[in-house]
Design a protein around this ligand. Sequence first.
Ligand code: DAK
Length: 257
Amino acid sequence: MQPPFVAVEIDAPVATVTLSRPEARNALSPGGIAELMGALGALDEDDRVRAVVLTGGPKVFAAGADIAEMVTRTPADQLAIERGPRWQPLLRFTKPLIAAVNGYALGGGCELAMMCDMIIAGDGARFGQPEVNLGILPGAGGTQRWPRTAGKYVAMEANLTGDLVDAERAYQLGIANRVVPAAETVATAQELARRIAAKPPIAVRLIKEAVNAAYETTLTAGLAGERRSFHLLFATDDQTEGMRAFLDKRPPHFKGM
Ligand code: DAK
């Protein structure tokens, strides 16, 4: 039996999910991805958890899909693997999800980081889409999320050359929220998660939805969605509490209602 690929630690309201296959640079096998998606699905349902950090630990985030498993795959195998939820629990995840990236985030590993809501990069982090060197192309968003974040020309170079981008450059390109010493990456992400977890959860959820919609829709439709969510939040106790607390000059106590 394979050892678990994913370790979950809950220190409510923050959960930390750690990929745990460093000897293979956290290469993502179909079983490993399923395990990760199962863990995220459970955390989305868990009321104790309000924000999640995803990391590969101190040395490597993830070196992409497992090449040893892919080398002999046929198109039919690939289609079979893509039955089922695949990345959906991550793409539908309703809570803030912060990638804490140390070392390599390559191929599917880079795409995994880019599917998260924020990225904290350790100073030795390196991002890239080296699939072209294997005779394939990115299969989980590398050709789509790079241009939306870093622009067409940078995306073309990264995807066509497979060259890696270091943490500082990733920060300049908007791929990383900040760069911190590698030993502080996970703690920085957890601290950020904890600060967001203290905010009113319904507002947090709707803000995440609204920002994500900006990548999927027109400005007019995005603004209409934002306005509907704005109206909806006036039906929450936390809106009354947030505004009352401000006027009373006291800290708010949000209940998630
Ligand atoms: N797969 C399998 N094994 C890997 C691996 C990977 N991606 N990356 C590393 N390993 C293994 C190595 O084979 C080695 O195993 P042993 O020889 O010890 O048994 C061990 O990890 C250590 O690797 P290195 O000796 O190479 O370690 P270094 O620190 O020197 O180098 C490295 C680390 C990450 C720079 C290097 O290992 C490397 O370049 N790895 C490959 C990176 C890469 O090409 N990644 C892209 C993979 S393709 C899809 C969705 C997504 C995808 C595809 C489809 N659909 C939804 C359709 C994604 C595709 C990819 O990610």
